[in-house]
Design a protein around this ligand. Structure first.
Ligand code: G3P
Ligand code: CA
Length: 340
């Protein structure tokens, strides 16, 4: 892995004295769903591109098929990123959604992946990205994606990590499936089993992460994702407000190695002339946790910046986060290289 060592000099001013705090930190670029700013998310093509662009870690969101195979896809349903509606009419549930868990891997392999579309309108969520309907992309399995990354590690001599996420563990359980157990088995088979593994395993559900650590006895590096209750079903019953407090972060540090906050949980916005910053990064670091916020997109910038690079500067260097999830890994790699 290409290491980026950055010297961070911080000035701490108190009423009585001045201290200079100097630390060394490795700043990570995590390819969010691959190089998804350029190619449809969670395709092997998007992952290979992210690899070539120099990402340190490549992300896999994981959902199970009917025959218990972890596939790399963001949603538990298929219609927002594939042509399932045309290929399998009549296979939706009563709510109109086509759930991956109702399809065998053989069926899912018949689907073509497209840029994410809005359900209803069918329009691209990011209209300036890869065009709808062009070329041909498939849904990869976790094993296929690991083999791609490990194969590239061998052929390039680099050592790039994986960053899998267990999606909706409670929902999988309600359908009679233990996704974490199945995923951990595959990770172990490919050599990801302890703290030294080039892998972070992430989840929004703290109970599932505790279960992964204590019941399933995983020694992997774990990351507690932080969401918002208003985002809906998977997030509604988790006390994310508490998890962001000093006490909550200390609890997370008992079972996890890091936190993945939503960008706005770190930087809440901008007042008249200064940023509104939460204490999350400072307190997470004090608890011994790394901080990897999401999601940095050149085509969906917060109002308070005018470029992705400005946003990266604020988060990497002013706020001191340890890594970022980005759809544009090339831009983050270039930015960090220029800082060195
Ligand atoms: O896992 C980090 C980030 O990807 C969380 O959001 O919804 O894109 O999985 P999401
Ligand atoms: Ca994710």
């Amino acid at each position: 892995m290409k290491t980026r060592i950055v010297i961070v000099a911080g000035l701490i001013l108190t009423n009585f004295f001045v201290n200079f705090a100097v630390a060394t930190q490795e700043k990570l670029v995590i390819a969010h769903r691959g190089a998804s700013g350029y190619l449809p998310e969670h395709t092997l093509e998007a992952k290979a591109l992210a690899y070539g662009m120099g990402a340190d870690y490549i992300e896999q969101d994981l959902v199970l098929t009917k025959d218990d195979v972890p596939i790399v896809i963001h949603d538990i349903h298929l219609e927002t990123t594939t042509d399932v509606v045309e290929k399998f009419p009549g296979r939706a549930r009563e709510d109109g959604k086509f759930y991956a868990i109702d399809f065998s891997l053989a069926e899912i392999k018949r689907l073509r992946v497209n840029e994410r579309i809005r359900s209803g309108s069918g329009k691209a969520v990011f209209p300036e990205r890869f065009p709808l309907g062009l070329s041909s992309f498939r849904v990869p399995t976790l094993a296929e994606e690991i083999e791609l990354i490990q194969g590239l590690n061998r052929s390039s001599g680099k050592n790039i990590g994986i960053y899998p996420e267990i999606k909706s563990p409670g929902w999988h359980r309600s359908q009679g499936k233990d996704i974490s157990k199945i995923v951990l088995k595959i990770l172990k088979k490919y050599g990801y089993a302890d703290q030294s593994s080039l892998a972070y395993l992430q989840c929004f559900d703290p109970d599932e992460l505790k279960r992964i650590r204590y019941e399933l006895n995983s020694q992997l590096k774990l990351v507690q994702l932080l969401g918002e209750n208003r985002w809906g079903q998977d997030y509604a019953n988790i006390n994310y407000a508490h998890l962001q407090t000093k006490e909550g972060l200390a609890e997370i540090a008992q079972y996890a190695n890091g936190v993945g906050p939503w960008m706005q949980q770190v930087l809440k916005g901008k007042g008249e002339d200064q940023f509104k910053i939460s204490s999350l990064v400072k307190e997470a670091h004090a608890a011994g946790l790394v901080v990897h916020p999401y999601t940095f997109r050149a085509d969906a910038l917060p109002k308070y910046v005018t470029s992705l690079e400005q946003l990266l500067k604020i988060f990497y260097f002013d706020l001191g986060v340890d890594g970022v999830f980005t759809d544009f890994p090339d831009r983050a790699v270039k930015y960090l290289d220029q800082k060195n």
